[in-house]
Each structure stands twice: as structure tokens, then as C-alpha cells.
Design a protein around this ligand. Sequence first.
Ligand SMILES: [Ca+2]
Length: 206
Amino acid sequence: MSKKFLLVFSLVIFGIIIFTGCTSIVLPTEETNIVKNGDFSDHTLLPTVAPTDTTNFGKWFLFEASWWGESWNATITQNSEFSAEVLTHGAAPWDNNDYWWFLQLAQWLEGYEEGTTYVLTFDASVTSPNEIHVALWEEFNHTSQSDDGNVIFDKVVSIDSATTVELNIPAYTLTDPNNPVKLGFEFGLSATDSVIFIDNVKLIEQ
Ligand SMILES: [Ca+2]
């Protein structure tokens, strides 16, 4: 073997060692999505899950105030997207008004950490322009099903065409660190005759 060959061979081996050493350092850490089944690959939609029902945390459920006249079609399509179409609007007995929260696609979150900033992203599209309400909710009374708590974040989102919505969720300190936190997509005031599609829901620490 020539000296020249040995030199080149040594440099190649040395280069491989340096390269593999570097790549193991610069590999990006994986982002953790604290929304489960955000891509709706599992087509299960549970009926309302109480904040006491911890075995069903991390699962999508539907809430529908049908007793006040609210109705909708809500399902997971064959293409594994959530779809919702409001059929009739309701009226609350105390003020005769309708509310966003009367219709919800929601999930009690597993792994929400107080004092942490999150970014919520999801794909949305509509058959005609519409609005939805996105909310994070801290439930106080997790010994019963009463809706007693604090709004952590809420925003009305207008959707005119297929888009990816990105919302910054500010850090929040829970009243009690054991209180459950719910992510809700709310449709109570969405327009009728417009199908809304939601997919790829991600809530990731910033
Ligand atoms: Ca999907």
C-alpha cells in the first residue's frame, strides 16, 4: 500500500467519525403533540366526556345542546377529517340567545402544562365562508359535570378557503394544577348550510 493511499484512507475514516459524531449532536428533537388523534385516523367520536372521566381523556367527544334546539351533523369522514354542518340554532332559556359552546368537538387534554406557551395549528376548509370558535378551558369543579371554570384562551376564527390556522396560546397558571383542561372547537354560532372540515390538530409547546 502506498503512503498516499494510506493517507487518503485515514482521512476518509477520520471524516466518517467526525460526521457521525456531528449528526448525533444536531439531530432535532421531536415535537410532542398533546392533542391525541389530531389526524382523526381513529374515527371514534365519544358522547360528552365528563371532566371526572379521566379514562376518556385524550379522546375526541361531541357536546350538543340539543335540549335548547341546537342540532348539527358531526362526523369523521372516510378521508379521516372531522366535518361539521350546523342544522339549527338554539336558544338558551335564560336569555333566548345562542352560544358558541352549544356545539363542541372537544378533548380533555393529557399533558397540558401550566406556565407553558403553546402553538395550536390545524387544517380547516369550508364549503362556504364560515366561522368557528376555538377555546381552551380550565375546569374547576372536576368532581361533577358542572361547567364551572376559566377561559384560558378563546378566539373566533374566520375560514374562507382551505387554510392552516396557527394560534399562539399564551402561558397560563391553573387555579389548581390538578384541574383538567379542555380544547374545544365550537360551532354554536357557525352559519348553517356550510360544511366545515378540520384536520391535523396539533398543540405543541413553543
Ligand atoms: Ca386526517
